[in-house]
Design a protein around this ligand. Structure first.
Ligand SMILES: CC(C)(COP(=O)(O)OP(=O)(O)OC[C@H]1O[C@@H](n2cnc3c(N)ncnc32)[C@H](O)[C@@H]1OP(=O)(O)O)[C@@H](O)C(=O)NCCC(=O)NCCS
Length: 321
């Protein structure tokens, strides 16, 4: 290994099978799906309409891809297009046998050069909640919202390169086969007075939602007052089918739980989450996941009250250019 010669280049169309091999031999931790074929990579990464081969760099030795970095951009606030000032590192993987040899550093510098040349004013390594255009549904659980904190020495690697910690996303799971749902008089009252409306058309979502989740099964849930039809809470669930070989169970992710401002503090969000759990249990789903920004104490409390448990933290690091 001492006299290895690693070369760097941008993506070739023949790379996906090698990248897949690298993914499966890099110990990426519980939040990385495994045991999937190459077409899943094509679906979630290379066939994205905004995939740019010039932002995907591989390190190779001989014919073997030993590392890659994937740079791209996040989206505008309205979710209708990319924001080229807002650079992200969507993924960075170095094969365990090639670590601590400067490969990660060189790849990151190539990615930074690409982002700078395309107008980025800042870079977020790990992207952040709702900000990664790639790897959703195959890394991080429902969303690739950051890099798994326990799997790699992200701070030790990124801080000397000018990045600072930029927040994290908490991954919460509830095993629906264990324990009972909380009960209270308020929950019973809500059940009597509300209808749960389920639709398979997740309408009115912007382009950014469709390019990231459009290829996964999604359902929309709304809690509506029986009198007057007012929607007091809404949310989506999205299937995590690619995780079945890794986790050995059927799982879904919950997204965009929302209670209108004037309906808050009445327990509607809590009721909706429990109702969704109940329905999923009937469908033999075992794990339900939620991703919560580490600063969002209200959502964290809601999910832990509904018996979700913290399983992982996804971190991000930022650098101004
Ligand atoms: C993080 C990672 C990319 C680093 O790649 P690398 O090629 O080993 O990094 P480098 O050799 O360029 O390291 C540069 C510096 O970072 C720091 N560093 C890197 N790994 C470190 C470690 N394990 N412990 C402490 N410091 C470390 C050191 O300061 C190192 O310099 P030094 O070797 O001269 O001391 C690599 O560990 C990795 O691929 N981990 C798994 C990635 C992953 O989980 N990706 C999933 C998200 S898509």
């Amino acid at each position: 290994m001492e006299d290895f010669v690693v070369e760097f280049r941008t993506f070739h169309n023949t790379d996906p099978p090698e990248v897949l091999k690298l993914w499966h031999s890099s110990n990426l931790g519980p939040s990385a799906a495994e045991g999937f074929p190459c077409d899943i990579f094509e679906l979630f990464v290379f066939s994205q309409p905004f995939f740019d081969r010039k932002g995907f760099f591989v390190a190779h030795e001989g014919g073997q891809v030993v590392a890659f970095v994937h740079a791209g951009f996040s989206c505008t606030a309205d979710g209708t297009s990319l924001d080229k000032t807002d650079g992200v590192i969507s993924a960075l993987v170095v094969h365990p046998e090639f670590r601590r040899r400067g490969v990660g550093t060189q790849l990151l510098q190539l990615a930074e050069g690409y982002l700078k040349a395309n107008g980025a004013r800042s870079i977020v390594a790990g992207a952040g909640l709702d900000r990664n255009g790639f790897y959703n549904g195959i890394y991080g659980g429902l969303q690739a919202s950051g890099f798994a904190s326990e799997v790699a020495p992200w701070a030790e690697f990124l801080e000397p390169l000018g990045y600072h910690h930029n927040g994290s996303t908490r991954i919460l799971h509830r095993d629906l086969t264990v324990g009972r749902d909380p009960v209270s008089a308020r929950l019973i009252r809500h059940r009597r007075r509300m209808n749960l409306v389920i639709t398979d058309r997740v309408a009115d979502m912007p382009w950014w939602w469709h390019v990231r989740f459009g290829q996964l099964d999604a359902l929309k849930f709304e809690l509506q007052q029986r009198q007057g039809d007012t929607v007091v809470a809404s949310g989506q669930i999205i299937g995590l089918d690619v995780y079945v070989p890794k986790w050995g169970v059927r799982a879904v992710g919950m997204k965009d739980l929302w209670v209108p401002e004037k309906e808050r503090r009445h327990g509607y969000g809590f009721s909706l989450v429990l109702e969704i759990c109940r329905r999923l249990r009937e469908q033999s789903i075992q794990i339900i996941e939620a991703q919560v920004d580490a600063d969002n104490a209200a959502a964290y409390d809601l999910f832990t009250s509904a018996k979700f448990e913290l399983v992982q933290e996804l971190v991000t690091f930022r650098r101004e250019l």
